[in-house]
Design a protein around this ligand. Structure first.
Ligand code: PMP
Ligand code: GLU
Length: 399
């Protein structure tokens, strides 16, 4: 008898960001020079004091199982961070530490959703949201947003999409893939609908520390007093501290939900890596100078990338106020031949850009938005310069 694959996994789309990154790595392994702007991960190494804390944890014998939902010291540090940064009062019992924020998302969906429940997701959305919702048996309901509105969902759009089956709104702010950041008025209008319609909100705020210019970041549950009871905040160390490989993320939620997510985790994965948890503790409690340094570098790269996009005929992008992505419009080139190959959609654009010019990006279609391409600017200025020179050559090669 051959082993058959479950229906649910058969229908699962693999992560396009990781797939493009794997393709880039494959080309690199063949000895090719690849300008990799595909996966969203800081190019910086994890700051030394954080690595040292990981080493110290190993030397001290913190190499055993921990509480499935995370070590108490880290939960306390997370609670204190939200107190200091956002004046939000949580108890350590409301925190669940997981194997990265992606795992936190899985915990939330599996703990709260039943088959047929609807989850509203504004598009463009990060690649894993819709697939994780579907895995839990629920239904992603997509609200398309437009470039002239900086890809932000309006309260009216939200209100018009709510049905009796709507259970949750998923809000990624700052946004992956567009870099947009909601201002206070926009968020307040959304929060009013959330309260009026009794919705539950998943606030993915993993890019909260990567905001540029004068635009302040506002954490969703700070807007009204009733919001923390109906919001789960997702965050982690991957982006802020250049710790993607350490795999530490967390949720802040009502205690009842945290308890159930902890129980789910106790059956599925047990604790996140003990050593990584101690490193994350050092990240949160140590000097934040490293965050300022990395954010300053990202801001410089953002300005550079915006200038380059503006200089390429036919390309455009909204203002990038946060995160480290540019989501640029390629519609001008659809239906044309680039390097002799017909380009009819964003996937063909990205694959040809990689094949012809060795620049790895991710197709907008993977983010629920055809006609666009995402490039990460979490790469050195030299790489960005070479990559955008090649993108320019690629779109200029119309034959
Ligand atoms: N949410 C968003 C919006 C992301 O971009 C990412 C990037 N991977 C995650 C969650 C998951 O992060 P982690 O590496 O902590 O799993
Ligand atoms: N969040 C990153 C990205 O969007 C990491 C890749 C992933 O986890 O899918 O590229």
């Amino acid at each position: 008898m051959t082993i058959s694959i479950s229906r649910v996994v058969q229908s699962l789309e693999p992560s396009a960001t990781l797939a493009m990154s794997a393709k880039a790595k494959e080309l690199k392994a063949q000895g090719k020079t690849v300008y990799d702007l595909s996966v969203g991960e800081p190019d910086f190494v994890t700051p030394q004091h954080i690595c040292d804390a990981g080493t110290a944890a190993m030397k001290s014998g913190y190499t055993k199982y921990t509480l499935a939902s995370g070590i108490p010291e880290l939960k306390k540090a997370i609670v204190e961070k939200y107190q200091t940064d956002y004046k939000l009062e949580y108890a350590p019992t409301q925190v669940v530490v997981s194997n990265g924020a992606k795992h936190s998302l899985h915990n939330i969906f599996f703990t709260t959703l039943n088959p047929g429940d609807e989850v509203i997701i504004p598009a463009p959305y990060w690649v894993s949201y819709a697939e994780l919702v579907k895995l839990s048996g629920a239904v992603p309901v997509i609200i398309p947003t437009e470039e002239p509105q900086n890809f932000k969902m309006t309260a009216t759009q939200l209100e018009q999409t709510i049905t009796p089956q709507t259970k949750m709104l998923l809000l990624c702010n700052p946004s992956n893939p567009t870099g947009s950041v909601y201002n206070k008025d926009e968020l307040t209008a959304i929060a009013e609908i959330v309260l009026e319609k009794n919705l539950f909100v998943l606030a993915d705020e993993i890019y909260d520390k990567l905001v540029y210019g004068n635009q302040p970041f506002i954490s969703f549950p700070t807007l009204f007093s009733g919001l923390p009871e109906r919001t789960v905040v997702v965050n982690g160390v991957s982006k802020t501290y250049a710790m993607t490989g350490w795999r530490v993320g967390w949720t802040l939620s009502p205690e009842k939900l945290a308890k159930k997510m902890g129980e789910l985790q106790s059956q599925e994965t047990s604790n996140p890596c003990s050593i990584s948890q101690y490193a994350a503790l050092a990240a949160l409690t140590g000097s934040q100078d490293c965050v300022v340094r990395m954010r300053t570098a990202f801001a410089e790269r953002r300005d550079y990338v915006a200038k380059r996009i503006a200089g390429i005929t036919g390309l455009s992008c909204p203002e990038m106020s946060g995160a480290f992505y540019v989501f640029f419009n390629i519609k001008h080139y659809l239906g044309q031949k680039l390097g002799g190959v017909p380009i009819n959609n964003s996937e063909q654009f990205c694959l040809e850009l990689l094949t012809q010019k060795q620049v790895a990006t991710v197709m907008g279609s993977a983010f629920g938005c055809e006609g666009y391409v995402r490039a990460s600017f979490a790469a050195g200025l030299d790489i960005l310069e070479a990559a955008f020179d090649r993108i320019t050559e690629f779109v200029n090669c119309r034959t």
